[in-house]
Design a protein around this ligand. Structure first.
Ligand code: SF4
Length: 424
């Protein structure tokens, strides 16, 4: 099984230095792209490969890049931003790449910047990722020292600088326009779209924001071609995926596997099954802002389309497992506490609705809930759902709640009827 994204990640997680990275074939894609391909060729290869954004939304990467204005008279400068603000509860996949193979991200950014005509790149990193910051700084200095960054890379007309920005940290910075505002030193709130960042982005200039895992795929696509990339997957959603599992499993962790690996294989083979004494009840397949799936969904392939058909989302591909001894009400309460705290406050339904949802859940969790509260919660899942708020934060926050009300309704009702948490 090929694992291109994590091939250089060693068991001790010490990243390769530039010599080691180059010996392992690193920066070959930069040479290939800059010396033998036009930016349009790189764009075509990425489009053809079917690479979809690994940050959660799953938008086709080539299509995203194609929205950059091209040709004579297109505005400059242009920017490429690596979104490394990984803050979703339960999600730790980009951290593996950032800490384990920082040169791969840098190489991915060079090739991607070449394709979109960007001359400056930013890595927007959450401040808590201190080890990643240290390793990225070292790798950026090494790459600049070898001439992979800077003026006239490989003697071509292409120049690129990459800056590391460690953010003050806010969940909403994972949203690309809020991230751009934050990078400009403004309040981190989303911007109205359109205009999309590809047209009017950082400092009003064309900008592409891509997730770390997405960018790390690009050198491999350039080196091996679109067909190879498609062939890595078990389904028609191309490539491999870094999946993660957390919860009461024997071996929580993250693994690179073919896209379309089933939930059951992830849980049983890679995470080692449930820990002794615990039974599986459900799973948030793609991080905290996705809908619960349950036992009947265990054989579903984890790809964008299959998980969507089941009413949830692949999201970041990092699953959080709910076991039979953990209270689903408390779990959802905990998540909604996070989402309420992380609302940027820009629009009323989210700013006021999420704390109210959290308050209702707190009451139920504490044994002070009323049956009418369940109707109120249901109503909020609709009122904070898609299309009702400025960005996807509130709708995302409603996903675990609406699915918990569906799959674990008995638990909510028992809390109210017995006026206590049956799990404590
Ligand atoms: S939905 Fe929430 S996070 Fe998004 S803009 Fe509105 S207040 Fe901000």
């Amino acid at each position: 099984m090929e694992r291109p994204l994590t091939a250089n990640i060693r068991p001790d997680r010490e990243p390769l230095d530039i010599d080691g990275y180059e010996r392992a074939g690193g920066y070959r894609a930069v040479r290939e792209a800059l010396q033998r391909m036009t930016p349009e060729d790189v764009l075509a290869a990425v489009t053809e490969s079917g690479l979809r954004g690994r940050g959660g939304a799953g938008f086709p990467t080539g299509q995203k890049w194609s929205f950059m204005p091209r040709g004579e008279g297109a505005p400059t400068p242009r920017y490429l931003i690596a979104n490394a603000d990984e803050m979703e509860p339960g999600t730790f996949k980009d951290r593996l790449l950032l800490e384990g193979d920082p040169h791969l991200l840098i190489e991915g950014m060079i090739v991607s910047a070449y394709a979109i005509g960007a001359t400056t790149g930013y890595i927007f990193l959450r401040d808590e990722y201190r080890l990643a910051a240290e390793r990225l700084r070292r790798a950026l200095a090494e790459a600049a020292g070898r001439g992979w960054l800077g003026e006239h890379i490989l003697g071509t007309g292409f120049s690129l600088d990459i800056h590391l920005h460690t953010s003050a940290g806010r969940y909403i910075c994972g949203e690309e326009t809020a991230l751009i505002n934050a990078l400009e030193g403004r309040r981190a709130i989303p911007r109205t779209k359109p205009p999309f960042p590809q047209a009017v982005g950082l400092w009003g200039k064309p900008t592409v924001v891509n997730n770390v895992e997405t960018l790390c795929n690009v050198p491999h696509i350039v080196n091996n071609g679109a067909e190879w990339f498609k062939g890595l997957s078990r389904t028609d959603n191309a490539g491999t995926k870094i999946y993660g599992v957390s919860g009461k499993v024997k071996r929580p962790g993250a693994w690179e596997l073919p896209m379309g690996t089933t939930i059951r294989e992830l849980l049983e083979e890679h995470a080692g099954g449930m820990r002794g004494g615990y039974r599986f009840r459900g799973v948030l397949p793609g991080g905290a802002s996705t809908d619960f799936l349950v036992e009947e969904h265990l054989d579903a392939p984890m790809d964008f389309d299959a998980i969507q058909k089941l009413g949830s989302r692949l999201g970041t591909g990092t699953m959080i497992v709910l076991d039979d001894r953990t209270c689903p009400v408390a779990m959802v309460h905990n998540l909604e506490h996070f989402f309420a705290q992380e609302s940027c406050g820009w629009c009323t339904p989210c700013r006021d609705g999420l704390p109210y949802v959290e308050q209702l859940l707190a009451a139920i969790d504490d044994g002070d809930g009323r049956f009418e509260d369940l109707d109120l919660l249901e109503m909020h899942t609709r009122h904070l759902g898609p299309g009702r708020t400025f960005c996807a934060h509130a709708p995302g926050a409603m996903e675990p709640l609406q699915s918990a009300l569906r799959w674990f309704r008995d638990d909510f009702e028992r809390h109210i009827a017995e006026r206590r948490c049956p799990y404590r």
